[in-house]
Design a protein around this ligand. Structure first.
Ligand code: XLS
Ligand code: NI
Ligand code: NI
Length: 433
């Protein structure tokens, strides 16, 4: 079937000098960097929801981005047309992965049973599309936030029937993700949070969330899904207090419920900023606790306090984030997922192409710079030197008691000599090479 993307030529790498706006200038998929092909490092992923579902509606205005599969009377035919368009865009961009929520790919039915069936039926259709194209699923997830039944949360809902409904929904979404060979399964805590403690039993809700996640982890093992379950932290929006605030909060939650070995994180740039962190901070925290999973690659707007989900275009910022990824040993099952959407005036199908081409090139350029920093070794050498005192042992070394350390310090009685943190020198290395 012809789609708005079927006639678009496939974007190719043409090198930095090209004037073709629909060519990759930095993303050379076959380039070997740090011992692997660039495409294996980045594992670029187009998301279904922003690219094929989002229609430009905002609280002040009607949809502006109208695609042929939106509206109509046969929602399952529309779902197939949407899938055709999606795989045409994946082909045009030459990306290896995609991601979806169950409700992005298949419509809600008249009953839960019909809804779950719709998900499975379109799942089968996607399996055919994957087979024919070679495009793979980075992750699937369930939308447990759009429908009004989820307005007070899914797992954390005060009504156990919503917990049960959510369990059925996640079970099917995980089944379909598994059948499609998905590399991960994501859980963003949509409306798992609260507006006011006046109507919220916080401890009970956290326990419900812990139990829900444990059930999902048990089921994942039962069906032999080998990829990790990934929690996607976000501090606020839609609720005022989202329980999965940031990487450190989620780690504490996982530890408390004994899930830290089964669950990792899907970190998003815009969410990090909303939490008052940098993206690289969140990546470093996840790596420190061994729970770095995947990345949602977008950016916020420094003047706006919400999740604007814009395509990434800040190379220096992303370089620092990807440097932390390289230090962490790279993404294994994860990838770079464009959880990013067009602005509502960008209404043409090829706007979607420009957005992704730019986003992909920004990721590639940032990764190449990060790899150069890593290979150059200056930052690593500085770090090693800065902490070298610990390698020399001394009276504060591991194993000493507080009294021993205190006595030794008192006996020495020499004030430790302050040393420069060298911040500007290091920033110059990053900015100027
Ligand atoms: C919303 C989240 C969402 C997840 C998938 O802010 O970023 O898009 O990535 O549910
Ligand atoms: Ni996201
Ligand atoms: Ni987001």
């Amino acid at each position: 079937m012809t789609t708005p993307f079927s006639d678009l030529p496939t974007v190719r790498f043409e090198g930095e000098a090209t004037l073709n706006p629909l060519a990759y200038r930095f993303y050379d998929p076959e380039l070997i960097v740090l011992g692997k092909r660039l495409k294996e490092h980045l594992r670029l992923t187009v998301c279904y929801w922003h690219s094929f579902v989002m229609n430009g509606a905002d609280p002040f205005g009607a949809p502006t981005i109208i695609r042929p599969w939106m509206g109509g009377t046969d929602p399952m035919a529309a779902a197939r047309a949407k899938a055709d368009a999606a795989f045409d865009l994946f082909r045009a961009l030459d990306v290896p992965f995609y991601s979806f929520h169950d409700r992005d790919i298949a419509p809600e039915g008249d009953s839960l049973a019909e809804t779950l069936k719709n998900t499975r039926v379109i799942g089968d259709y996607l399996a055919e599309k994957q087979q024919a194209s070679g495009v793979k699923l980075l992750w699937g997830t369930a939308n447990l936030f759009s429908h009004p039944r989820f307005m007070a949360g899914a797992a954390t809902n005060p009504d156990p029937e919503v917990f049960a409904w959510s369990a059925a929904t996640v079970k099917t979404a995980l089944d379909v993700t598994h059948a499609l060979g998905g590399a991960n399964y994501v859980m963003w805590g949509g409306r798992e949070g609260y507006e006011t403690l006046l109507n919220t039993d916080l401890k009970r809700e956290l326990d419900q969330m812990g139990r829900f996640l444990s059930l999902v982890v048990d089921y994942k093992h039962k069906i032999g899904f080998s990829g990790p379950i990934l929690i996607e932290p976000k501090p606020k929006e839609p609720t005022k207090h989202q329980y999965d605030f940031d990487a450190a909060t989620v780690y504490g939650f996982l530890k408390h419920y004994g899930l830290e070995n089964d669950v990792k994180l899907n970190l998003e740039e815009n969410h990090a900023i909303l939490a008052g962190h940098t993206f690289e901070h969140e990546i470093a925290v996840a790596n420190a606790f061994g729970i770095l999973g995947s990345l949602d690659i977008n950016r916020g707007d420094p003047l706006l306090g919400w999740d604007t989900d814009q395509f990434p275009n800040d190379v220096p910022q992303l370089t620092l984030a990807l440097y932390e990824v390289i230090k962490a040993g790279g993404l294994t099952t994860g990838g770079l997922n464009f959880d990013a959407k067009l602005r509502r005036q960008s209404i043409e199908p090829d706007d979607l192409l420009h957005a992704h081409v730019g986003g992909i090139d920004v990721c590639a350029k940032a990764f190449l710079q990060a790899a150069k920093l890593y290979e150059g070794g200056q930052l690593a050498t500085n770090l090693r030197d800065r902490y070298a005192g610990w390698d020399r042992g001394g009276h504060a070394a591991e194993g000493a008691t507080l009294e021993e350390i205190a006595a030794a310090a008192e006996n020495r009685a020499i004030d430790p000599r302050p040393r420069s943190g060298r911040q500007e020198k290091l920033e110059n290395v990053v900015s100027l090479g």
